[in-house]
Design a protein around this ligand. Structure first.
Ligand code: 3NM
Length: 220
């Protein structure tokens, strides 16, 4: 695999969360996800020290480079810059987009959105992509808003022109509904990194995404 990918080409986006794979290393798990075809890896760690997150970011930067995948750092612009990540992902309470842009230049900036007004604001402000979620209930993110449901996915698909990634409670058993609602980029945490077969889970997600693009559905 070669060449730098852009958010426009992204189909499957994986986020780290070590709580879901006790006894297995993050690098090993994310390498399986990359072998399974994920296009983006995001480092998300709400508890480790900055030093520790930096150490993991360096490892994930070199791993994603080997696979030609994008690498995004959640929250920490300084770490994203220090390891030359492809971008940062920011929430509604993080540094505002305009200030973040001054710091990261032309790196990718993704913004979490939970309502159409937030999506419009992110698009107007020059975000490179938005997160749309939580589509379904999730235990993975603390204090997240109630599920935005498929109707928000439909609304964004119909109105917003920058790439969007559907997230929150998305599993192999319900992803077809999300794709049918107009999503073409899927993000999952627990379903991917908590899987007994991470590579196979990613491959199956990708088969479903590709099938939906062809207008059909993947039968098993
Ligand atoms: N952001 P899982 S939901 C990190 O709605 C994150 O912005 C969300 O985890 C949002 O795939 C979420 O395990 C957690 O449900 C998604």
């Amino acid at each position: 695999m070669g060449g730098k990918r852009s958010m426009a080409d992204v189909r499957l986006y994986a986020i780290t969360d070590e709580r879901f794979h006790p006894g297995r290393g993050m690098i090993e798990v994310m390498e399986e996800a990359l072998q399974g075809g994920v296009d983006v890896v995001q480092l998300r760690d709400k508890t480790a020290s900055k030093r520790e997150i930096l150490r993991k970011a360096k490892q994930l930067r070199s791993l994603t480079r080997r696979y030609g995948a994008l690498f995004i750092v959640n929250d920490h612009i300084d770490i994203a810059l220090a390891v030359d990540a492809d971008g940062v992902h920011l929430g509604q309470d993080d540094l505002p987009l305009a200030e973040a842009r001054k710091l990261v230049g032309n790196k990718i900036i993704g913004i979490s959105t939970h309502a159409i007004e937030e999506a419009r604001e992110a698009e107007r402000g020059g975000a490179d992509y938005i997160g749309v979620g939580p589509v379904f209930a999730t235990q993975t993110k603390a204090d997240v808003v109630p599920p935005v449901t498929l109707s928000y996915v439909r609304q964004v698909a119909g109105e917003i022109r920058i790439p969007f990634v559907a997230i929150g409670g998305i599993k192999l058993h319900n992803v077809d509904e999300v794709l049918a609602a107009g999503a073409s980029r899927i993000c999952a945490v627990s379903e991917i990194v908590g899987s007994a077969d991470v590579k196979k889970t990613c491959e199956t997600f990708l088969q479903k995404i590709e099938a939906s693009k062809r207008g059909g559905s993947y039968a098993h």
